[in-house]
Design a protein around this ligand. Structure first.
Ligand code: HEC
Length: 115
C-alpha cells in the first residue's frame, strides 16, 4: 500500500515536470517566432536557408552554449554551408539573456544525450 502511494506520487511529480517543460518550450517557441528565428530555422528539418535546431543540438555539446549564444547575437557562417547567419542589426534584436535562453532551448532538443 505504502509503495503504491509512493509510486503514484512519483508519477504525479513527473507529469507536473513534463507539463512545466512543455509550457516553457511553448514560451521559447513564441520567443523564437517573435525574434524571427523561425523564418530561417525549422525545429526538426534542415531548410535550404539554415540548419534545423535539432541538427544544431546534435552537432554541439551543452558546453557550447556561450559560443552559440554569441553567434545568435553576432551572427556566424561557414559551419553548415554557404549561407551566413545574419549579424545583429540585420535581424530583430536579441539580448544576451534571450540568446542564452534560446540556445539552451535549442541544445535541449538533442535526443541522444551527447555531452
Ligand atoms: C536569415 C536567416 C536566419 C535567421 C533569421 C536566424 N538564423 Fe540562425 N542560422 C542561419 C544560418 C544560415 C546558419 C548557419 C551558419 C553557419 O554555417 O555557420 C545559422 C546558424 C545558427 C546556429 C548555429 C551556429 C553555428 O555556429 O553552428 C544557431 C544556434 C542559430 N542559428 C540560432 C538562431 C536563433 C536563436 C535565431 C533567432 C534569434 C536565428 N538563428 C535566426 C540563418 C538564420
Amino acid at each position: 500500500m505504502k509503495k503504491t502511494i509512493m509510486a503514484m506520487s512519483v508519477i504525479g511529480g513527473l507529469s507536473a515536470l513534463a507539463l512545466q517543460a512543455s509550457a516553457e518550450s511553448a514560451d521559447m517557441m513564441q520567443l523564437a517566432e517573435q525574434k524571427q528565428c523561425m523564418t530561417c530555422h525549422a525545429l526538426d528539418h534542415d531548410m535550404p536557408k539554415a540548419p534545423s535546431f535539432t541538427s544544431i543540438a546534435k552537432k554541439y555539446p551543452d558546453s557550447a552554449l556561450e559560443v552559440l549564444a554569441g553567434k545568435v547575437r553576432n551572427g556566424g557562417e561557414g559551419h553548415w554551408g554557404a549561407a551566413p547567419m545574419p549579424s545583429a542589426g540585420a535581424r530583430v534584436d536579441v539580448t544576451d539573456e534571450e540568446s542564452r535562453q534560446l540556445v539552451a532551448w535549442i541544445l535541449n532538443m538533442r535526443q541522444d544525450g551527447k555531452q
